[in-house]
Design a protein around this ligand. Structure first.
Ligand SMILES: C[S@@+](CC[C@H](N)C(=O)[O-])C[C@H]1O[C@@H](n2cnc3c(N)ncnc32)[C@H](O)[C@@H]1O
Length: 306
């Protein structure tokens, strides 16, 4: 790597990258679309159309850490005159991609600088917490935008709220008596704390960079970016929530997503020291809570202009 480049990668990326995980990201894409009202929030609708439909030269959209590229392909289909580029460490089969979509495989530390000052829109969803240096990533996102370009930055949170929107206390396996000397989970281990919130907390601690900050804070530290909107979204799981737009649909999709998520995270849990039997016990409690509880998951979405 040349000296001027910042190495943002935290090797290796810890979530799975198989077809099942791409399916889950497809479900998660539906969740985002239901929450924000489409591929981007209505509040930037005019800006997006202006940036992508106006101008003599072809507009460029970058989807940074695109995964299955479900968002990028959606944009390429919607804005057929724009060039939409997906960037990711891992390649997938992009079977239904239109011609104005292309993909570049590689670490963002290397692939992003090639686009300095070229992008009209940069989208980066659920990536910042997985890289070693999230602040450097956000600076690089600003660098690739043209002046006037738009940043669409999104991330999930690992906290859980109850139906009164109060924080649910997670069961912390590693703090429990069973974690070290007695490697087994017992029914009473959670002591009134949530196994569901505990799984998310456990997983967040395993995968999130120590230097991660909320996306709003990361963007505020970049002088060239002006925040247009920054919003927290709540998604109900297995119930419609209260006062939540598209709550009915979200509740159903979240129920499916969270089940996928538990099983997708199993490999990582095994590597972190949980036994198969412990995972089965945790999984049973997790499902019981998701089926009977009234939880919300928390997400963050921000738009900014250079
Ligand atoms: C949770 S997925 C999100 C995928 C997609 N943005 C979405 O919302 O559906 C995170 C993606 O970031 C990619 N990623 C993580 N670190 C990366 C890096 N240093 N360089 C390139 N891609 C990276 C992963 O390979 C993965 O596809």
């Amino acid at each position: 790597m040349d000296e001027n480049r910042v190495d943002i990668r935290q090797a290796p990326y810890k979530l799975p990258t198989d077809v099942k995980e791409m399916d889950r990201l497809g479900i998660q894409h539906t969740i985002w679309s239901l929450m924000i009202g489409g591929l981007f929030p209505i509040s930037v609708n005019d800006k997006v159309h202006h940036l992508l439909n106006v101008g003599a030269s072809q507009a460029t959209v970058l989807d940074v850490g695109c995964g299955s590229a479900i968002w990028a392909i959606g944009m390429a289909n919607m804005f057929t005159n724009a060039r939409v580029v997906g960037l990711d460490l891992n390649t997938q089969t992009f079977s239904d991609a239109p011609e104005n979509f292309s993909f570049i495989q590689g670490d963002l530390s290397y692939t992003l600088p090639e686009f300095t000052g070229q992008a009209d829109i940069v989208h980066c969803r659920c990536v910042a917490q997985h890289v070693k240096d999230p602040q450097a990533l956000v600076r690089m996102l600003a660098d690739v935008l043209r002046p006037g370009g738009l940043l669409l930055l999104a991330d999930g949170d690992w906290i859980v709220y109850d139906k009164h929107r109060k924080l649910v206390e997670p069961f912390k396996w590693w703090e429990s008596s069973t974690s070290m000397g007695k490697p087994m989970l017992h029914e009473g281990d959670a002591r009134g704390r949530s196994w569901y919130a505990g799984w998310l907390d456990f997983f967040g601690n395993l995968t999130r960079s120590k230097d991660y900050r909320q996306i709003e804070e990361l963007v505020k530290n970049v002088e060239t970016l002006n925040i247009l909107h920054s919003r927290r979204y709540l998604s109900p799981i297995n119930w419609p929530g209260e006062g939540i737009e598209n709550g009915e649909a979200l509740g159903k999709v979240l129920n499916v997503n969270q089940r996928y998520f538990f099983f997708g995270a199993k490999e990582i849990a095994l590597k972190a020291g949980l036994s198969q039997q412990m995972i089965e016990i945790w999984g049973r409690h997790y499902e019981e809570e998701v089926d009977s509880g009234h939880f919300y998951n928390v997400w963050h979405y921000l738009t900014a202009q250079k």
